[in-house]
Write a protein that binds this ligand. Structure first.
Ligand code: HEC
Ligand code: HEC
Length: 208
């Protein structure tokens, strides 16, 4: 018995080394494909320097991107790439990716947990913003903009300076607004002006 055991172990060891050699040979055959396609993780890792680890940005001009719908994230990145949405940096970055790769990265961030940014707000402005949101925006940005819709991003807890620049881009036409949002925005701007925008941003920033 005592002599058989080591032989048995050797056999197991031999079988193991044969199977790993076979596996290595298989991997070599596959290598060209692996080099051509970067993994989702590799693609997504290039974003963390700006958007934070797990898509939660340290802000304030860079938005958090975790937990938004994959559809919205893909759409906005394709819009940056084509120039339909104005950007300081994302236009250049997205040009380095195919549309399929952008979708792949969007799916990585859509699965992560959204975390509201910790920001100071003005109580009176928050109150006014809540009212304005209900009147002009809630229909599409439900629950104070805290629900990740298929076609719109998250507003609740997003960095205020980012929201301010996104709204400015919409209003000066360098980022296209959905038709119905444009109508509501026009009404809001006519009635409330920039104070209305300030109030809305305070409201979104106050939501934890
Ligand atoms: C150098 C910094 C930087 C890097 C790297 C970067 N981003 Fe951005 N991102 C920004 C900034 C700034 C904005 C705001 C738009 C602009 O001005 O370009 C933004 C906006 C976005 C938005 C829009 C968010 C919203 O609420 O609509 C998405 C989505 C996004 N980035 C995804 C990514 C992904 C995915 C990567 C990696 C492939 C990435 N970004 C890499 C800085 C960066
Ligand atoms: C008819 C539906 C609708 C209404 C009403 C609407 N929105 Fe939007 N909103 C959208 C959609 C869809 C998007 C995504 C648009 C895109 O980038 O193509 C969006 C995007 C946004 C964004 C950009 C988010 C980001 O992450 O970059 C902000 C900010 C925003 N809306 C604010 C508002 C405010 C404030 C109001 C009210 C005054 C409003 N919206 C009313 C549908 C609507």
């Amino acid at each position: 018995m005592k002599k058989i055991l080591p032989t048995g172990l050797m056999l197991i060891g031999l079988a193991f080394s044969i199977s790993t050699t076979a596996f290595a040979a298989d991997e070599k055959k596959k290598a060209p494909e692996v080099i051509n396609g970067a993994s989702s993780k590799m693609l997504a890792d290039t974003c963390t320097g700006c958007h934070g680890f797990d898509g939660v940005s340290k802000g304030p001009a860079t938005p958090s991107i975790a937990g938004m719908s994959a559809e919205y994230l893909t759409e906005i990145m394709i819009a940056y790439k084509s120039g339909d949405a104005a950007s300081t940096i994302m236009g250049r970055i997205t040009k380095g990716y195919s549309d399929d790769e952008l979708k792949q990265v969007a799916e990585v961030y859509a699965k992560k947990k959204y975390v509201s940014a910790d920001q100071k707000t003005d109580a009176a402005a928050v109150k006014k913003g809540k009212k304005l949101h209900g009147k002009y925006c809630e229909k599409c940005h439900s629950e104070g903009g805290s629900e990740a819709g298929d076609d719109s991003g998250l507003l609740a807890g997003q960095w205020a300076p980012y929201l301010r620049s996104a709204l400015a881009d919409f209003n000066d036409g360098t980022r296209e607004m959905p038709k119905k949002m444009k109508k509501k925005m026009k009404k809001l701007m006519k009635k409330e002006g920039d104070d209305g925008i300030k109030a809305l941003i305070n409201y979104y920033s106050s939501i934890k």
